[in-house]
Design a protein. Structure first.
Length: 255
């Protein structure tokens, strides 16, 4: 057995001990937990924006609101996206197991794909801090509807469907660059961080603020911190245990 393998096994055992000892676990997930479901991350080596920097403009509110042509491309891209057919993977299902053990306090996700709920996590325990692609909203009157309603209109020939209530611009109910987070969601996330006894960050580089701040908030409040990610993160130095590897393999092994 190599030294690296021994260290890995020791860290796995330490991680299991932290989970066993915890009663109020807050999980923070990022794009890395959904890559096994066929949804690429954004800034990784094969990320959406790494391969196509222009695509980042569709996620910037100023560009989206000002450019009809860009909105038309965005709607077509969403309609054609394979991510719409994505299913939960073993990592998502493992977190359902954590809930069934009675240990999951709150699941904060930076993802907008809805896969945690599809896997079976109680929606009341999930904070979708960056919103959801499952709904469409009007940027003028705030009206919301299932995303499929907008897709039906795009399929019928409306390249850039407008709000039927007020004529405003429609956008997926996600938080774009230039938009603020929902204050109630952020407050709930911070409160959960203060109340937890284990903060478990999964599949995130912890570089996106303000939500990444829940990790140091939990740390300062006395919680243990555990990080599982393929690459180093901004906060590895705060963690009691850092795990590297395939989330879909390691998370089920832990839970």
């Amino acid at each position: 057995m190599t030294s690296d393998t021994t260290k890995h096994d020791v860290r796995l055992e330490q991680a299991r001990e932290l989970i066993d000892a915890a009663n109020r676990i807050v999980v923070l997930t990022g794009a890395g937990i959904s890559t096994d479901s066929g949804i690429p991350d954004f800034r990784g080596p094969k990320g959406v924006w790494t391969k196509n920097p222009e695509a980042e403009k569709t996620a910037t509110i100023q560009h989206y609101m000002a450019n009809r042509e860009l909105r038309e491309r965005a709607w077509k891209s969403k309609l054609d996206s394979a991510a719409r057919r994505a299913k939960p993977n073993a990592g998502h299902r493992a977190l359902v197991g954590l809930e069934r053990q009675g240990k999951l306090h709150t699941l904060i996700t930076q993802n907008v794909d809805g896969l945690h709920q599809d896997a079976g996590t109680d929606p009341d325990k999930v904070v979708e801090i960056h919103g959801t692609v499952r709904e469409v909203m009007c940027m003028s009157c705030g009206d919301r509807a299932p995303m499929e309603v907008a897709f039906e209109r795009v399929r019928a020939g409306e390249a850039d469907p407008a709000c039927r209530n007020c004529g405003g611009i429609l956008k997926s109910a996600t938080i774009s660059f230039g938009q603020g987070l929902v204050a109630a969601d952020l407050a709930r996330s911070e409160q959960a961080a203060l109340e937890c006894d284990l903060m478990f960050a999964i599949g995130t580089t912890l570089a996106v603020f303000p939500i990444a701040a829940v990790v140091p908030v939990a740390h300062r409040a006395g919680a243990s911190v555990m990080i599982l990610n393929a690459e180093p993160t901004e906060m590895d130095d705060l963690a009691d245990v850092v795990l590297r590897g395939q989330i879909g393999e390691l998370l089920p092994a832990l839970v």
